[in-house]
Each structure stands twice: as structure tokens, then as C-alpha cells.
Design a protein around this ligand. Structure first.
Ligand code: GNR
Ligand code: NI
Length: 182
């Protein structure tokens, strides 16, 4: 069990396009386990590798509310193969944009493929909050944040608040964020 520091926006490392994983190694399995620990601790319902400074196409998701009935997903190289015409509005937050929220509209249902921790290809369909969360995480792999889906006015307001928030963080906390292995 290890908790990883989560990068807070604005940060150039959250804007990078992540690279596909060619082989699942023990190191990556440990990373994915640490990402789930970090996500549950936060707490959050998803986490993407670039948020912990790793520029690889890896996400973890668990949208269940009850700790006893966890349904964690660890996805490598996720790809959306189909999205519904029907859309869903959801009030989104992001662990890299602490205390900031905005309504984002996305396809309500998606089909996707990904590689699991054993290197096996999986195909699933997701809807509702699970579909929203997976799309939010996959955006991170392209360097896209939920604020990139809202008006410039709202985005600039949120970024301004985050700059203030970061400016008042204790120096040791910022040091840790600067040193995460990107
Ligand atoms: O914890 C999170 N909650 C959330 C709520 C609505 C839509 C997306 C999310 S994902 C977010 C965790 C996070 O930042 N993942 O990248
Ligand atoms: Ni996020």
C-alpha cells in the first residue's frame, strides 16, 4: 500500500499526451494498485496515471459507494469503440482541481476495450456515472481536464482559484509535487 502525491492544476504535466503501454510489468501492476489506494484515500471515483506523474495510458476507476462492495477497474490502453447519441449532464470534480466543480455533458453510454492487469483484452459497456468517470479519466490521457469542456469564463475563474490555492500550500507539499517521477 502506497499513497502517491496527486499533481494539482495548473501544471504542464497534466497537459501531456500519454503513451501506450506495450507490456504489463510487475512495476505497472504495483503502480495500478498504488493508484487505487491513492484514489480510495482521497477519496475519489477515478484516477489517471498522469495525475501521479506517470505519462502512460493507465486509469483506475471505482464508482461504488460502499467500501464492502468495491468494484475496482484497472485499465491499460483504454479505447472507446462506441458512444451513444444520448448525452448525460453530470457535475464533475477532479482530484487535480480540488474543490472545483462544473457541469459537463458527455455521451451517456460507451463501449470500450482495454487491457487488464494480466494483459488480457477486455470489452465492456458502461453507462451513467461509470461512463462519465471513464471518459473523464481517458481525457486525462490526452492532457484534457474537465474545465476544457466548459466556457472560457468559468475555466479561467477556476484556474485563478487554483493558482491561489497552490500559492498557499506549504513548501514541502509543493516540493513533493515537483518531484513526482514524470
Ligand atoms: O473523484 C472524482 N469524481 C468525479 C466526479 C464526477 C466526474 C468525474 C469524477 S473523477 C474524480 C477523480 C479524478 O480526478 N479523476 O481523474
Ligand atoms: Ni480528474
Amino acid at each position: 500500500m502506497a499513497l502517491l502525491p496527486i499533481i494539482v492544476a495548473p501544471d504542464p504535466r497534466l497537459k501531456l499526451k500519454c503513451e501506450a503501454v506495450s507490456e504489463v510489468t510487475d512495476e505497472l501492476r504495483t503502480l495500478m494498485d498504488d493508484m487505487l489506494d491513492t484514489m480510495y484515500d482521497a477519496p475519489g471515483i477515478g484516477l489517471a496515471a498522469p495525475q501521479v506523474g506517470v505519462t502512460k495510458r493507465i486509469i483506475v476507476v471505482d464508482v461504488t459507494k460502499n467500501d464492502n462492495e468495491r468494484q475496482p477497474y484497472q485499465m491499460i490502453n483504454p479505447e472507446i469503440t462506441w458512444s451513444s447519441e444520448e448525452l448525460l449532464d453530470y457535475e464533475e470534480g477532479c482530484l487535480s482541481l480540488p474543490d472545483q466543480y462544473a457541469q459537463v455533458t458527455r455521451p451517456e453510454k460507451i463501449q470500450l476495450t482495454y487491457m487488464d492487469r494480466d494483459g488480457k483484452t477486455k470489452k465492456i459497456e458502461a453507462n451513467g456515472i461509470l461512463a462519465t468517470c471513464i471518459q473523464h479519466e481517458m481525457d486525462h490521457l490526452e492532457g484534457i481536464l474537465f474545465v476544457d469542456h466548459i466556457s472560457k469564463l468559468r475555466r479561467d475563474l477556476i484556474i485563478r482559484k487554483l493558482k491561489k490555492y497552490k500559492a498557499q500550500l506549504p513548501p514541502d507539499r509543493l516540493d513533493k509535487l515537483d518531484k513526482v517521477d514524470a
